[in-house]
Design a protein around this ligand. Structure first.
Ligand code: SF4
Length: 360
């Protein structure tokens, strides 16, 4: 049983973060923000995958202005990612950003920050104080050294110093992230930060890598933290199509029994008993499941010897035989289908189950 750490609540558009609200899965576009058509197309793909908050890079004034056209075509809250330039942060809020991610210490001084905070108050826009181990202030690195698992202090001190800059201006609509590319530093950093603040935390491992290494690093770090009740929202960063980030994010939440979205696929690794092309069958089924919404448990198993038994909990499944597939429901054989007809028959059965579930 996971006991969530109590944090304050902030609201980004229609989504509440912290304070026991559901842990949200977010991503970031990798299109040119000024290419609004491509950006909106990618956000629509992400929305369909379940993305709940989207962040876009705002590197210049044209990108800030493009936010208006993007926001009017999407349904999830839109965040702007800004570095160094207070004018961009203000322009992003004026053009519809529902949250901004900044590093308050690098906006060009107290006056610039005061202008950003005034705009954030005016537009009721929450700010994420986002610190990365690669962008820590030099004096903190000199004092604490580069963040390590034993000593993540520079990351934490940098984040809290930036938070204090906002608090000094009477601004508390804040969430915090301290991202490192190192798994153990991420875990120890967030653990310590969580003990020191009740602002909601955005979790993430930065520059985590491609699909396999990035998924493993992020799942280890975020999985441990979430299991300890730490974290209110997160992004899985992958050098991949951002839609994969959302899929991994929801699988992570599912594996911890925190949230469930869409069907779950149980499939066996195959062994010497397998007599059908299970890999391509599992891939086809997995692709189809991405189009379904209900939390069905679906099994794709290599043989009848152990298949239905191993997947007794599945709502529906296939066990491969010699030239046939046996479709089973809740561990009981339902019908036997020649291998050549297996995919369309099974997909039809899945669609029937989905329609029943949707009807309630
Ligand atoms: Fe092997 Fe059958 Fe288990 Fe798959 S379900 S791993 S084929 S024994």
């Amino acid at each position: 049983m996971i006991i969530r750490k109590k944090t304050r609540t902030i609201q980004i558009g229609s989504v509440r973060i912290g304070g026991g609200h559901p842990i949200t899965v977010q991503s970031m576009t990798n299109t040119m923000t000024t290419d609004t058509e491509a950006t909106v197309r990618q956000i629509h793909q992400l929305e369909r995958a379940g993305c709940e908050i989207i962040r876009v890079a705002v590197p210049d004034m044209d990108a800030a202005r493009a936010l208006v056209r993007i926001r009017e075509q999407i349904t999830i809250p839109l965040l702007a990612d800004i570095h160094f330039d207070a004018r961009l942060a203000i322009a992003a809020m004026e053009h519809g950003a529902q949250g901004i991610r900044i590093n308050p210490g690098n906006l060009g001084g107290a006056d610039q920050l005061a202008r950003v905070v005034a705009a954030a108050k005016h537009h009721a826009t929450p700010i994420r104080v986002g610190v990365n181990s690669g962008s820590i202030e030099k004096h903190l690195l000199a004092r604490y050294g580069y963040p390590t698992p034993d000593r993540p202090d520079a990351l934490i001190e940098s984040a809290l110093t930036n938070v204090r800059l906002l608090e000094k201006q009477g601004f508390y609509d804040i969430k915090i992230s301290i991202k490192s590319s190192d798994t153990l530093t991420t875990i120890s950093g967030y653990r310590q930060l969580s003990a020191m603040t009740d602002y909601p935390l955005h979790l993430g491992v930065t520059e985590a890598g491609g699909l396999i290494p990035g998924t493993v690093k992020s799942s280890v770090a975020l999985g441990i933290l979430l299991a300890e009740g730490i974290g209110d929202t997160f992004r899985i960063s992958l050098t991949r199509d951002p839609v994969e980030e959302i899929r991994v994010g929801f699988e992570l939440l599912r594996s911890l029994r925190i949230r469930e979205r869409g069907p779950e696929l149980i499939s066996c690794p195959t062994c010497g008993r397998t007599r059908i092309d299970l890999f391509s069958l599992a891939e086809t089924v997995e692709r189809h499941l991405q189009t379904l919404q209900s939390p069905l448990k679906v099994a794709v198993m290599g043989c009848v010897v152990n298949g239905p038994g191993e997947a007794r909990e599945a709502d529906i499944g296939i066990a491969g035989g010699r030239g046939v597939g046996i479709i089973f429901k809740k561990g009981t054989v339902y019908k036997t289908v020649p291998e050549a007809e297996l995919v369309p028959v099974f997909i039809e059965e899945l669609n029937k189950l989905e329609a029943e579930r949707q009807k309630g």
